[in-house]
Ligand binder design. Structure first.
Ligand code: BES
Ligand code: MN
Ligand code: ZN
Length: 502
């Protein structure tokens, strides 16, 4: 898809389609008003006859509007003017894109970026239009023997901005939106890949490909032998039941002086989580291929970051592993010695994510990081608490938590903080080891984070539980969402001092 910005008047555009908003009830946006004038009331007449009320997402496609140079005019219902918020704006863009794609307009000039969205500027509107467009056109058809192809797909969109002064802002917004969308696509592609193809070795291949594509990136892979030498016995125990070798991919992005302390992102990369000996029920177990959503999110964020060439140093770790039952599998009752030296009693082999992450989190101490964020589809309890709308955020460092919450607000990729009070730590007590990997039914997301917090004392740390947000469950619409790439990309842009609010 090709995007550009322009500042022009609607009647002068020579395009396959121009897209303009109509508010409810039957009220023209300023741009629609201009078209109405030039066409001697053609549009207001239609509205008067009841063809379009202006309800959010309503569409009316017109051909040959008098005195308008474009072949088509798409009127888009935008709801009540004062209620147009971010969510509605995104829904309107999605609807518009699917209409354009279905009705044979291969290019369009879109004036929806001139609508007033509460509290948001032109940069935001253009960037989100780009992200939403690319997100909504995503398909995963690599493994289908017959692909459905749109006969005349949308190829080119011009976003109009109100003044020439805003053209540069619009261009930056496109560049950022395209980079973030590319990161989301990379995340979705690996996450949707089935677990017989997407193994820890496959994740490592993707990580090495990044280094091939970008000069700023280098990747190294840590296999089981090296994990053994490093003392990562907890990580290794989880992968022991699987025929697929555990592999941790370490992706270094250098955007500034090598002496600058890196930001580290660590992603849980369970390419399949059967639960192991504490095996999961079979219904919906296929969805546990997404248990590498954290690693996929880190991988996609590294891609977005490299696309934008941000002036910071970032290390992304994909903690690849598969949790399977078998004669060599680890079991409930086992006591493991982690890389940190702390011992853990395994009470449930399905609480494996924390056992992989704890060693990865100890491993990254060696980088002397500015801060560390881990990203994981860690607990079903997080889906119960926050559903699919918000990522769970837990952190022992208030400033970092606030920066992440700000980034989530700016990017529209929501997160919500849960407490990490010491009182919850008691739920991990064990009579046989330093602590156990299970905190009981109460506050499952918090006790999982408490477990991780015992391995992150040496740096500022935050944890993102994306169990509810990384993919859509069930139905025909199931699949990876590309989250939390927007939030993490925004966080890194803020760290790099990129201006995204004006
Ligand atoms: N990968 C799962 C968490 C999960 C569950 C993510 C459902 C998305 C949807 C994780 O490894 C797991 O199995 N967690 C257990 C922890 C429990 C045994 C303490 C859970 O949430 O039930
Ligand atoms: Mn599990
Ligand atoms: Zn898991």
């Amino acid at each position: 898809m090709e995007f550009s910005v322009k500042s022009g008047s609607p009647e002068k555009q020579r395009s396959a389609c121009i897209v303009v908003g109509v508010y409810e009830p039957r009220r023209l946006s300023p741009v629609a008003e201009q078209l109405d004038k030039i066409s001697d009331g053609y549009i207001s007449n239609l509205l008067r006859r009841g063809d379009l009320e202006g309800k959010p997402g309503q569409m009316l496609l017109l051909h040959h509007v008098p005195n308008v140079l474009s072949e088509r005019v798409l009127l888009v219902g935008c709801g009540k003017e004062r209620e147009l918020d971010e969510r509605q704006y995104r829904q309107i863009i999605t609807k518009t894109i699917s209409t354009l794609n279905d009705t044979g307009s291969m290019e369009a000039v879109c004036f929806l970026t001139e609508l007033h969205v509460k509290g948001r500027d032109t940069y935001w509107k253009v960037r989100h239009a780009v992200e939403t467009t690319l997100d909504s056109l995503y398909t995963f058809d690599q493994l289908k023997s017959k692909k459905d192809e749109t006969r005349r797909p949308l190829r080119k969109i011009v976003f109009n901005v109100p003044t020439r002064r805003e053209l540069t802002l619009g261009e930056n917004a496109i560049e950022h939106g395209v980079a973030i969308a590319a990161g989301m696509k990379a995340t979705k592609d690996v996450a949707n890949m089935p677990p017989n193809i997407c193994t820890p070795a496959y994740l490592a291949e993707q990580a090495k490909d990044l280094a091939m594509t970008y000069d700023t990136v280098t990747t190294n892979i840590i296999g089981e032998k090296e994990m053994q030498e490093l003392g990562m016995h907890s990580y290794l125990a989880v992968g022991r039941g699987s025929r697929n070798e555990s592999m941790m991919s370490v992706i270094h992005y250098q955007g500034t002086d090598e002496k600058t302390a890196p930001i580290v992102l660590v992603g849980k990369g369970l390419t399949f989580d059967s639960g192991g000996i504490s095996i999961k029920p079979s219904d919906g177990m296929d969805e546990m291929k997404y248990d590498m959503g954290g690693a996929a999110g880190v991988y996609g964020t590294m891609k977005a970051l490299a696309e934008m060439n941000l002036k910071i140093n970032v290390i992304g770790v994909l903690a690849g592993c598969e949790n399977m039952p078998g004669g060599d599998a680890y079991r409930p009752g086992d006591v493991l010695t982690t890389m940190s030296g702390q011992t853990v009693e395994v009470l449930n082999t399905d609480a494996e994510g924390r056992l992989v992450l704890c060693d990865a989190l100890t491993y990254v101490e060696a980088f002397d990081p500015e801060l560390v964020i881990d990203v994981a589809t860690l607990t079903g309890a997080c889906v119960v608490a926050l559903g699919k709308h918000a990522t769970g955020l837990l952190s022992s460092h208030n400033p970092l938590a606030h920066e992440l919450l700000n980034a989530s607000e700016q990017s529209g990729d929501r997160a919500w903080r849960l407490p990490l009070w010491d009182e919850y730590q008691d739920q991990l007590e064990s009579p046989f080891a330093d602590f156990s990997n299970l905190g009981g039914r109460a506050a499952g997301t918090i006790t999982a984070a408490c477990f991780l917090s015992r391995f992150t004392k040496k740096y500022n740390w935050a944890h993102l539980d994306i169990a509810g947000t990384a993919w859509r469950s069930g139905g025909k619409d199931k699949g990876a969402t590309g989250r939390p790439v927007p939030m993490l990309s925004q966080f890194l842009m803020n760290k790099a001092g990129v201006e995204t609010e004006h």
